[in-house]
Design a binder for this molecule. Structure first.
Ligand code: ACO
Length: 346
């Protein structure tokens, strides 16, 4: 059976840093509270007002193409997971398609908040497995600073901007995305949402006055659902695939809160050395957290390593993926025998 493997990873992070000390000047908060309650020290902010999510997504996509040594015209499908599209329409994927010059690709955006990258990865994998497409670009990108209320200490300390991208291609050697478990439960949608600007509350002076164009989160309640959701689904994917804590080489969790990640690792029976953590440096970049971790740890992964990816986000949405990593080092060289099988299959 064909599996979809990640064959290259790219990223983009803005240069500008927003530290806990900076936030102390903006709202009633302090470094100790932020670090102990979330694990975050600083986040990256895209300050250039002319640039938005598509810019970061495009930079991440270009890095993928460079690393893999392929032209943009080889891309078949572009999926952008984001809750901060440049605009309602056209989709951010259309803007990325034009900016990278992917003249043979079609694409679309996918909205699943912090689970967006996992949902997009799973969707992209199906396109490869079907045999219909050869190269699918999956991007997680969010400019959270565009919807964060920097007068609300409950949320403004949590989020940052960034983008990560992966290329999916067929693997016949048994590596790749071997399983995914995804969930949606909209019954608590209003615990984590942005109410303004949609068809329910179209933009008006009233929606601006009510601050409806900012992200709203009931943090304490969401925290409980997040722990249960992320730890639960990580356990499910291990069980379904007969994996013990020892079998898992890395947990790549969504980076919303270090305490949620600790609880997930404990439930999976794995030590923190096996957990990719960069929340300290980037905060919660929503759809970008998991590909940014893949980017930061790519050099440590070895071909055949068992990775569990897990996320929880607004919606609520949550899920996990079991990935057998397909290459050593910072980019994949297609093994000769695989090339032959793929050519023969055509
Ligand atoms: N600085 C200082 N004090 C603060 C701050 C701050 N930045 N923020 C809140 N507080 C105060 C609160 O006002 C409260 O004070 P009170 O007891 O006097 O009312 C106290 O600290 C405790 O507040 P809690 O909200 O209970 O703090 P908690 O320990 O739950 O941490 C946090 C808050 C970090 C938001 C946590 O609840 C959390 O991580 N929730 C889950 C986030 C998540 O996973 N979201 C899903 C993904 S995001 C997405 O999909 C876009």
């Amino acid at each position: 059976m064909l599996h979809a493997a990640i064959t290259a990873v790219g990223h983009f992070l803005p240069e500008d840093r927003l530290t806990n000390a900076d936030l102390e000047q903006m709202v009633d908060t302090n470094d100790e509270w932020i670090r102990s309650r979330t694990g975050i020290r600083e986040r990256r902010i895209l300050r250039d007002e002319d640039k938005a999510t598509s810019f970061m997504a495009t930079e991440a996509a270009r890095e993928v193409l460079r690393k893999r040594g392929i032209g943009a015209e080889e891309i078949d499908v572009i999926i952008v997971a984001t809750v901060t599209p440049d605009m309602f329409f056209p989709a951010t994927a259309c803007l990325v398609q034009a900016q990278i010059g992917a003249t043979n690709a079609w694409g679309f955006d996918l909205s699943a908040a912090c689970s967006g990258f996992l949902f997009a990865l799973s969707t992209g994998a199906r396109f490869i497995e079907s045999g219909r497409y050869d190269k699918v670009l999956v991007i997680g990108a969010d400019k959270m600073s565009s919807i964060v209320d920097y007068t609300d200490r409950n949320t403004c300390v949590l989020f940052g901007d960034g983008a990560g991208a992966v290329l999916l291609e067929a693997d016949v050697a048994g590596n790749g995305i071997l399983d995914t478990v995804l969930h949606t439960d909209g019954s608590n949608w209003d615990m984590l949402c942005m109410k303004g600007g949609g068809s329910l509350n179209p933009s008006s002076h009233e929606t601006l006055d009510k601050r409806l164009h900012y992200l709203h989160q009931e943090g304490r309640a969401v925290f409980k659902f997040a722990v249960e959701g992320m730890a639960g689904v990580a356990g499910t994917i291990m069980e379904r695939n007969g994996l013990s804590g020892e079998d898992v080489h890395y947990l790549i969790p969504h980076q919303a809160n270090q305490r949620i990640i600790d609880a997930t690792a404990r439930r999976m029976g794995i030590t923190m050395e096996k957990v990719t953590l960069n929340i300290e440096r980037y905060g919660n970049t929503t759809a970008a957290t998991i590909p940014l971790c893949l980017y930061d740890w790519e050099g440590d992964f070895r071909r055949g390593d068992n990775l569990v990816l897990a996320a929880f986000g607004g919606g609520f949405t949550w899920g996990a993926a079991y990935v057998k990593w397909a290459y050593d080092g910072s980019t994949m060289a297609v093994p000769a025998e695989q090339e032959e099988v793929l050519v023969a299959a055509e």
